[in-house]
Design a protein around this ligand. Sequence first.
Ligand SMILES: NC(=O)C1=CN([C@@H]2O[C@H](COP(=O)(O)OP(=O)(O)OC[C@H]3O[C@@H](n4cnc5c(N)ncnc54)[C@H](OP(=O)(O)O)[C@@H]3O)[C@@H](O)[C@H]2O)C=CC1
Ligand SMILES: CC(=O)[C@@H](O)[C@H](O)COP(=O)(O)O
Ligand SMILES: [Mn+2]
Length: 390
Amino acid sequence: MTRRISVLGSTGSIGLSTLDLLERAQPGEFKVVGLSANRNVSRLARQAIQFDADCVAIADETCAAELKSALSGHDIDILSGPDGVTEMAERPVDITMAAIVGAAGLPPTLAAVSQGNTVALANKECLVCAGATFMTAVKRHKTTLLPVDSEHNAIFQVLDRDRPAGVRRLILTASGGPFRETSLDDLQRVTREDALAHPVWSMGSKISIDSATLMNKGLELIEAAWLFDRPSHEIDVVIHPQSVIHSMVEYVDGSVLSQMGSPDMRTPIAYALGWPNRMETPVAPLNFPELGALTFFKPDLVRFPALRLAREALEAGGQAACVLNAANEVAVEAFLQGRIAFLDIAKTCELALEKLSAESDFACSSGAMQSVMHFDGLARAAANEHIVNL
Ligand SMILES: NC(=O)C1=CN([C@@H]2O[C@H](COP(=O)(O)OP(=O)(O)OC[C@H]3O[C@@H](n4cnc5c(N)ncnc54)[C@H](OP(=O)(O)O)[C@@H]3O)[C@@H](O)[C@H]2O)C=CC1
Ligand SMILES: CC(=O)[C@@H](O)[C@H](O)COP(=O)(O)O
Ligand SMILES: [Mn+2]
């Protein structure tokens, strides 16, 4: 039976891997309903024509005219602006791939959740900034939520969901990023290009910088807490530079189950697209004799304070994770633009958290969307103010 799919963020790294799998699927296996981008008009238009999409949405309103002209003569609905992306996400489909980067993905992803569409979730920032709101909506609409982030997808694959009491802890693996062996002194001088050069994964720029600061693992810690309903002390992080074990679940009897595979996002994406069945992919099989040693290390929270901040935010609850996420988005953008140094990213987040922890309602975990938006805005302002004064 044909499965109808929308891809939010189709022009990005996850979006491209998703479309690559759709292209390889059997004819008639999938029908593309909607595709969206922020500003990349030419790629979005090309994708829409190639996949015969019903609808496209471009978040940046100033790109709408160019998109209309690129798609003239094609029977494709065109929506624009952030509300246009959300409107597209509301169209009923069998599965929505949520692959927008950052908190900007929250409204459309929540719209897909509220339609009861099965949601394949790559956009971890949704859960970090609004975990309570998001999971309440998932439960209310009985939405099937399939984790795409490689670590969470690995845990989802090996978790014994029928016997949750038997789980002792979740173990998230981290590559350690490009600066795993860089001294604190040298971290002061690393460049944008150094930070973007992830040793294992090829990804979008924001998540690549997050991997370099280990904020990515911090965001993933919070993501795991919401997805699998586990407290902070039941989720560990271990550095595993080869990125072959994508994460693990330890059971009370001492068994540790892991999901392994070549570091290629098409495996977790295919798992979500095919679920509950398996889909074939072109991912290179693991060659164990060639792999050699698999190694593991403790993360260094002095050189990588972002991971400590994320754990503290998870344990603090309330709006701490929302503030951390928003301040990080601003700081990563500033780093990518050459306006701040690498170590200023975590510093900016820490200062925003310190400043906003005094606000009334900071500790409130109600999950009200208004509160999330309020603290997201405050954190962005605090981070920008700090950056300007650096
Ligand atoms: N890449 C990876 O391997 C992995 C990614 N993830 C997560 O998946 C998500 C996507 O990551 P990735 O694909 O690397 O990111 P990319 O930067 O490569 O792509 C982001 C996508 O989102 C769109 N976009 C950006 N800003 C907005 C906005 N304000 N409104 C609407 N759309 C927007 C982009 O459009 P445009 O092209 O026009 O800019 C693009 O389609 C992130 O949350 C990331 O953490 C998780 C695990 C692995
Ligand atoms: C592929 C994926 O899921 C990324 O989130 C990846 O984990 C990033 O690598 P790090 O382990 O270096 O953060
Ligand atoms: Mn990941």
